[in-house]
Design a protein around this ligand. Structure first.
Ligand SMILES: [Fe+2]
Length: 448
């Protein structure tokens, strides 16, 4: 018996022996530590354990002892006692004494951590199941281990039917390679976040999804993969409608700008085609300089409208076949500001008005209307300035014949780094050398 007593005493779980009278007959060290009886006499310790456990355990012991099943052990889970927040599993077993009277051995196992883990899992399961996103866990070989309700709805299967199915069933034809690659990446421990692809429903229809795959690790090894996918059909539909609407708005904008441009050129036949050509030249220069798409759009639109303000200049001045008088020149020089006033309330997505306003500014400060210099002039306006000079000199004017491309390029070379931006002039030189700007039968010809 002694070894058993020692085992009983040193059991890690709190253990008690109840006499046939159900009175406490023994308590091991773990039980005394649990009930706080250390240092007290044995009677006091027993009283304390009994007082604590009595009401808590009596029903279980009575129920167990009344049972006729000799071999049966009894297990029940309880939450705490003495305001103790821990959970315990109570295990009861019969003890036979020499006089055939029955006692009971009680072993308490603290299952708090396990209970809390289970509660956490239950909470997470509710969250997972109430999510609108399809959530799957997948084996590294692609077999589905679990699926939430949204997965069932999105893919058109009962969640339980998805379990055991291959993820490849949900992958449309032609995307199997992509799926294999993603699985390999995640099995290697990487996450694949919010990538957009397609999936297939049970009825065969294909729909767009945004998917995130993450490795589920245990002991540093990828045991499974979490796959969260969102049906992005509504978003794609809105994006497509927005694209259509943007395309339509852009076309309206383009046509409006071209109409405005044509309005001026119909009035001033001598400069007919000038704005159109400056716009194309500016785009060539901006592209050659590596400007971004927004800047290229800016010079394209601003080029088409840059002399818009000339609608307020009398025809007699516009078509005067001689040098302008100082007063006429002053009137003519108002056209950048007039153009800006006309355009400034149009909500272009680019600085079109400001570029039009500055297209006669010069790098050395000798331009108008504000006499800006260097970096204070918008880069787009510096491009427009070179394109304007190049086109104007290459073309016929009421007061002089066309000077030709060679003469225009000579002037641009002379003004590079002085009145005109050196980089833009360099781009013009390169475009001429590449024959993308040339002169054919006296006409400035552009090759995009
Ligand atoms: Fe101008």
């Amino acid at each position: 018996m002694i070894p058993f007593r020692r085992v009983f005493r040193h059991l890690p779980q709190p253990a008690l022996v109840l006499a046939p009278s159900h009175k406490l007959a023994a308590a091991n060290e773990a039980a005394l530590a649990l009930f706080g009886g250390a240092g007290a006499s044995q009677d006091e310790q027993f009283d304390r354990v009994s007082a604590t456990l009595g009401p808590w355990l009596r029903a279980d012991v009575d129920s167990f002892c009344e049972s006729c099943d000799e071999a049966r052990t009894y297990e029940k889970e309880h939450q705490g006692f003495c305001q103790c927040p821990h959970y315990y599993r109570v295990r009861l077993a019969r003890l036979e004494s020499a006089d055939a009277r029955r006692g009971v051995i009680v072993i308490l196992t603290d299952i708090t951590e396990r209970r809390r883990a289970l509660e956490e899992i239950a909470r997470l399961a509710v969250i997972v199941d109430s999510s609108d996103d399809a959530i799957l866990s997948i084996c590294p070989d692609g077999r589905i281990l679990s699926a939430n309700r949204a997965a069932g709805r999105n893919y058109g299967y009962a969640p339980e039917a998805l379990r055991g199915m291959s993820i490849f069933v949900l992958v449309p034809d032609g995307l199997e390679g992509e799926m294999r690659y993603v699985l390999e990446e995640v099995v290697a421990g990487k996450s694949v976040s919010r990538y957009e692809t397609l999936r297939r429903r049970s009825c065969g229809t294909v729909f767009p999804v945004s998917v995130t795959y993450s490795p589920i690790l245990r002991d540093g090894v990828v045991r499974a993969i979490s796959a969260i996918s969102r049906d992005i059909t509504p978003r794609k539909r809105v994006e497509s409608e927005l694209r259509r609407s943007n395309h339509s708005l852009n076309r309206m904008l383009e046509e409006t700008v071209k109409s405005l441009s044509a309005l001026l050129e119909k009035r001033d036949l001598y400069t007919s085609g000038h704005q159109h050509k400056v716009s194309r030249l500016s785009c060539l220069l901006a592209e050659r300089m590596g400007m971004d798409a927004a800047q290229i759009d800016t010079v394209r639109i601003a080029g088409l409208l840059h002399d818009m303000g000339k609608v307020c200049v009398p025809m007699a001045i516009l078509s005067k076949p001689a040098r302008l008088s100082p007063g006429e020149l002053a009137l003519m020089r108002q056209h950048p500001e007039t153009g800006y006033d006309i355009l400034r309330n149009i909500p272009f997505p680019w600085p079109v008005g400001a570029t039009v306003l500055a297209h006669h500014e010069r790098m050395d400060g000798g331009g108008y209307p504000r006499g800006l210099a260097g970096e204070d002039i918008l880069p787009e306006a510096r491009v427009l300035a070179v394109a304007d000079v190049l086109e104007a000199m290459s073309s016929h004017r009421p007061y002089r014949p066309a000077l030709g491309l060679a003469c225009a390029m000579e002037e641009i070379g002379n003004q590079a780094g002085a009145a005109l931006d050196r980089e833009v002039c360099r781009a013009a030189r390169a475009l001429v050398d590449e024959r993308r700007i040339s002169e054919i039968r006296g006409e400035l010809t552009l090759c995009p």
